[in-house]
Design a protein around this ligand. Sequence first.
Ligand SMILES: *Cc1c(COP(=O)(O)O)cnc(C)c1O
Length: 424
Amino acid sequence: MGDNRGPDRRVGDDDPAISTTDHIGLAETHSAHNYDPLPVVIAEGEGAWVTDVEGRHYLDLLAGYSALNFGHRNPELLAAAQWQLGRVTLTSRAFYNDRFAPFVTALSGMVGKDQVLPMNTGAEAVETAIKVARRWAYDVKGVPDGEATIVVAGGNFHGRTTTIISFSEDPEAYTGFGPYTPGFRTVPYGDADAVEAAVGPTTAAVLVEPVQGEAGVLVPPPDYLPRLREICDRERVLLIADEVQSGLGRTGTIAACEHTGVEPDAYLFGKALGGGVLPVSAMVANEEVLGVVRPGQHGSTFGGNPLAGALGSTVVRMLREGPYLADARALGEVMRTRLKEFGGAGVLATRTIGPWAGIDVDPSLASGRELCERLAARGVLAKEAHGSTIRLSPPFVVSEEDLNWGLDQVAAVLTDLRASAGSA
Ligand SMILES: *Cc1c(COP(=O)(O)O)cnc(C)c1O
């Protein structure tokens, strides 16, 4: 006691003794090292901006991996949460709650499906889809029990559970965590022929990200999803779109699948569905798919809770009625135009879809990590994907002026790196 470094002492946001260094020191000592954060300790957020414990401001071009599509502390979402906090926050699914029906009705209606199975994290939505697809294969398709397979794409990111990492190709995510869950076949992303060759009478589903986010904002060829749709229809296989990151406006549309006019059998949503306040996720599909789940077979204590329902319904209303999709598209245009300037020495490729971009930097110029450190030093927060790729996913509430300023900082970091490479 009396020592502000001890775990007993409350870390107050107005306590000047707790500096960035102190916070990082305590965190490194008392938290598992399952992340390697940039050395920025965020204390407050508003809109597209955050402030650290020392009062420095940063433009947030990561937006919580798209969990913060509507920005930090969006007033509409805060109002919905605050209203609900004054009523009831958790009931469990042992009972109905009065936010549940409005939420599942709004979310299913948003994508033209019948039913929703609400969960919390994105990984749980993926786990739900795996269980539902297997059950559908046995009960509806007639696959012999225990033989169902699910076709997935190389380079995928679907979450961190033991089953999900069983079909990850990322050695960091996979190595040393076996034994692995069987029943998955991995084929290269963007290759419909490979999917066609992999599906057969025991295939339950093809599970795919319409745009691969963690892999570096990889947009597949335009005929990829339409061909998967054809193959799945022909072979009687469910097409499941993991839209946890790509959905809810990130590509300028409610679902990224819309860009190719493909309707999957199931959508998985998460991240932005909780409005940046809570983890809220869901599998959304028709009754002929979700109807295979009977009471007691799947669920979650927190899934469909009233606070989540209030936030999820508000997110759906904001997407349908608010300016957010139009704003996302306008920001996407700014990014598409500006990123063309970034081509040239040291930049191997840039990709954009909506306000979502991946920039592949020549690894000899800098690692993605170093780029992000240099960006943070200039007041911009971003996160590398794999290797030397950085991904930008601004919140939809960023002003064009601020976004342009942020992109100026990216350009300046690239210029600095080229200059030091040239003089080396
Ligand atoms: C983030 C993400 C997940 C996992 O979501 P969590 O909430 O972290 O469990 C699943 N799929 C995709 C495509 C994601 O981007």
